[in-house]
Design a protein around this ligand. Sequence first.
Ligand SMILES: O=C(O)CCC(=O)C(=O)O
Ligand SMILES: [Fe+2]
Length: 290
Amino acid sequence: MTFQLDESLHWTDHFVEYGFSVVKGLVDRSFCEEAVEQIKKIVDDPRPLDQWTSEKPGALHEPFRVGRSDPVLEKIYEQPAVLDAIETMHGPGKWNGRETFYIFLKPYEPEAKQELSKSGHIDFGGDHIPILYRGFSMMVSLVDTEPFSGNFTCWPGYPRIIQKMLIDDPKLNAPGGALECFKDKQLPEPYEFVAEPGDCLFIHHLLLHSGNSSHSDNRKPRCALLFDAWRDEWLTEIDPADPDLSPWERSLAHNGPFKVYVDERAERGKADPEVAAEIEAEKAGLPMPR
Ligand SMILES: O=C(O)CCC(=O)C(=O)O
Ligand SMILES: [Fe+2]
């Protein structure tokens, strides 16, 4: 049995406790319907989604950032409940307003098995992994999915475990020192994001997660938008005793008071041209690139 959400917790407390949370129906269904129609145009396939396969239109992880957007999909950032949720997580005025997103599409794979991945990853490759970072992401489902629809899975509680490992062993967190330590470990049962249109998953940057094969009973694909809620200001220290921490900050305060041991933004700038451009803009006294 997969991990079940702890419904007794407010969604922000669920995020603090487990490193992820779900808000059902956060996004309007009308937005989801329009977005699906737009994605049909983008992949040039007007058929009903249960006729889609991994062959045509194929799986897609498509970024919309650095000057590329989409007039329909970008409206995710006009959803009042999304904006409220970002403000609730970060506190007023902290979000940098940057509208970046990805289409995540996983159509039916005829040859796949109905199984979930047994291993997970975090998203920083072999580069420095930020311990405090600058924000979180969200994944909104645009469609109804069912078990094995190619859903996102994640392992509850791992952000604090991974953060402790990174704090305890800076060498582990050196560029090139990819975090391989979970590779052959038996992990607990993951949470599978089986969703209705508009359901939104909130994702901690240190959440252990995985994509999955798509082979559900009714050939329902996973079709979702992943989008960021970042601050311009990177967090450089955290004190759990501070009574004014935002929920996002509380999710980073499980391992006691901590101050970063390197400039995490500069480290990311070595691997990520977008972060490098932000650093350059700041040095030149220019506005942050959007
Ligand atoms: O397909 C997914 O839901 C996850 C993909 C993923 O984790 C990644 O691209 O880093
Ligand atoms: Fe990932």
